[in-house]
Design a protein. Structure first.
Length: 384
């Protein structure tokens, strides 16, 4: 089928499901620390999201990276759960594509400016925006993911052969000087976190660059809502506005979160949102505040596995709001979330429970793990 995806809820026909094969380590360096520094502003989370570097006896955040091994039993179970997600989608009549695997011999990604351990194409939503009939590869915010979209190339090539547009946003050099540190240095929403050190100079410094993940975008037909929390994001949205002018309307929301918004707000169907809190709903652009919002009960503290002290916890307990709609009445939800499932069922949704155990270790839920490439919807105006 031809590439066609304008929204988050219309009947799903084709999707890419990510892979965790050969996930070996996390690279603790500046871009990683900035990305996982915080959660949503205003929710007053009291926990630290991962062990601080200094508490582990390592150098400051601005120093060369520290590679933290990922326990392979978690990776094996994650791959089992990803296959379960793919099987659930197939049972709903959705065609599932999978990315290429990172070769086991490929230990790192390297550019003239830096090197980092490579990350497999797991959260495939993050670095690719599907805007109607166009694939837009976005400039990554974590160095380890710099070439991640290359592992989606066989799928993208097939859509391009069928007529899809295919664009790559400008690729950043990603030296320390590329990053706007202001959000991390002023926000305390995630509790006391380690300060970000001064950036190290590099011969490749060009100043602040556009850095923008597609998971900062909420697609609503001809409208796209984008979260902007740093100058890096703003530069990316400036480019996106110019590129999509005349085809899409871009709406900026400021500091709704540190970056991604798909565990804060998702559109389940026209006129209905799933929101983490009323405060999130109130922070949305005016036309979206007219939509109804489902605010489910807070996640239960006993709904997550126990981990060792050296396991990095990368996401907040609200990660399970990261659901995937297979249609305007059908939602895939983590089976570990009975209250969320009951809440959606009370609103008339058919809930498809799918297992996902280690979502806090790998930074994503079902929406993150998938990239919907074909849905039935079009460039409708839902914000008139």
């Amino acid at each position: 089928m031809q590439l066609n995806s304008f929204d988050e809820w219309s009947p799903l026909k084709e999707v890419i499901v990510g892979s965790a094969n050969n996930y070996v380590s996390h690279e603790r360096e500046l871009s990683f620390e900035l990305f996982f520094h915080d959660n949503i502003a205003g929710d007053n989370q009291s926990e630290w999201y991962y062990p601080r570097l200094r508490s582990r006896g390592s150098g400051p955040t601005g120093s060369p990276g520290v590679r933290v091994p990922v326990k392979q039993r978690y990776v094996a179970e994650l791959n089992e759960d990803l296959q379960g997600l793919a099987d659930a989608l197939t049972s709903l009549g959705v065609r599932v594509h999978r990315p290429m695997d990172v070769d086991a011999a490929t230990a790192e990604v390297r550019t003239p400016a830096w090197s980092a351990s490579v990350v497999p194409p797991l959260n495939v939503r993050d670095n690719t925006l599907i805007a109607g009939d166009e694939i837009i590869e976005t400039p990554p915010m974590i160095r380890s993911r710099y070439f991640e979209t290359q592992l989606l190339k066989p799928v993208f090539q097939e859509y391009a052969r069928r007529g899809a547009r295919w664009t790559v946003m400008p690729r950043p050099l990603m030296t320390d000087a590329s990053f706007d540190l202001s959000y991390a240095r002023t926000s305390s929403a995630g509790g006391p976190t380690e300060p970000i050190e001064d950036p190290r100079p590099s011969p490749y410094d060009v100043g602040l660059e556009m850095l923008l993940d597609a998971a900062q975008c909420l697609r609503l037909g001809r409208d796209i809502v984008v979260n902007v929390s740093t100058a890096n994001h703003a530069l990316g949205v400036d480019w996106l506005e110019r590129h999509l002018e005349g085809r899409f309307r871009i709406h900026r929301v400021h500091r709704l979160s540190d970056s991604h918004i798909d565990s804060m707000v998702l559109a389940l169907r026209p006129g209905l949102l799933l929101c983490r809190s009323k405060a999130v709903h109130d922070a949305l652009p005016g036309p979206l505040r007219k939509w109804d919002a489902i605010v489910p009960p807070p996640p239960a503290s006993d709904g997550f596995p126990d981990y060792d002290d050296d396991d990095l916890i990368l996401t907040s307990p609200f990660v399970d709001l990261n659901v995937l709609s297979a249609g305007p009445e059908t939602v895939l939800v983590n089976e570990a979330c009975p209250e969320l499932m009951r809440t959606l069922e009370r609103h008339g949704f058919t809930v498809v429970p799918v297992r996902h155990r280690h979502r806090r270790l790998f930074g994503g839920g079902f929406h993150c793990f998938t990239l919907d490439t074909v849905r039935e919807g079009g460039a409708d105006d839902y914000l008139h």
